[in-house]
Design a protein around this ligand. Sequence first.
Ligand SMILES: C[S@@+](CC[C@H](N)C(=O)[O-])C[C@H]1O[C@@H](n2cnc3c(N)ncnc32)[C@H](O)[C@@H]1O
Length: 234
Amino acid sequence: MSGPAADREVATADPAAGPTEWGDGLVGVGPWELERPGEPRPTGDRWDPDLLDSGDRRNVVDRYRYWRREAIVADLDTRRHPFHVAIENFGHDANIGTVVRTANAFLAAEVHIVGRRRWNRRGAMVTDRYQHLRHHEDVAALMDWAESEGVPVVAVDNLPGAEPLETARLPRECVLLFGQEGPGVSADARRRAAKTVSIAQFGSTRSINAGVAAGIAMHAWVREHAANGRGDSY
Ligand SMILES: C[S@@+](CC[C@H](N)C(=O)[O-])C[C@H]1O[C@@H](n2cnc3c(N)ncnc32)[C@H](O)[C@@H]1O
């Protein structure tokens, strides 16, 4: 084998390589016959005939190339992490797409949108198709759901009395709840949360971007709970 497909084989053989380090300049793969000349087409439910015909340029890791979307979701479902992510959406927060994309990357169980049903999908880069999403009308509905599931809610905001995330323990099963630009985590949510954690800041700004905060908090969970701290999806 030669060309881009061979380069990918070599690159993915390196166990230290991550998805952003494989770069051969192309995203995805072309039609199966061009990528794997002489190799029989794979058969079975997981394979998407259209992608095999036309190539697969989706934003998915290489192990899922040519897979049907439903097959990818089913595979992810076998190894999702037990943390959830929730974000308040009372004023159309543009960060929700980023939160969804990061939740996909860290394999959150589910993303909960609290408040408005509509959110700006642009930042999600189509990752929402592979992520379970649940909508709650308001904070009370989210908290009732979490209580009924026995999953503690950890609010993430730099409010007085918050525990530093840098030293806090996060429950293995939990909902990490983020607020929106401006008001931050609502008073109702904070009242019912098991605890609030804050991310240390050192500059002059009052807060960091909610999408960035969500990434930091999710990664703190990964460091504490994801077996060896290394992703295995690629
Ligand atoms: C831009 S902040 C707004 C609220 C912030 N409390 C303020 O006083 O300006 C939006 C959301 O990002 C998250 N966030 C931003 N900075 C944070 C920090 N230092 N620690 C924890 N969460 C933070 C929180 O979820 C927060 O609700």
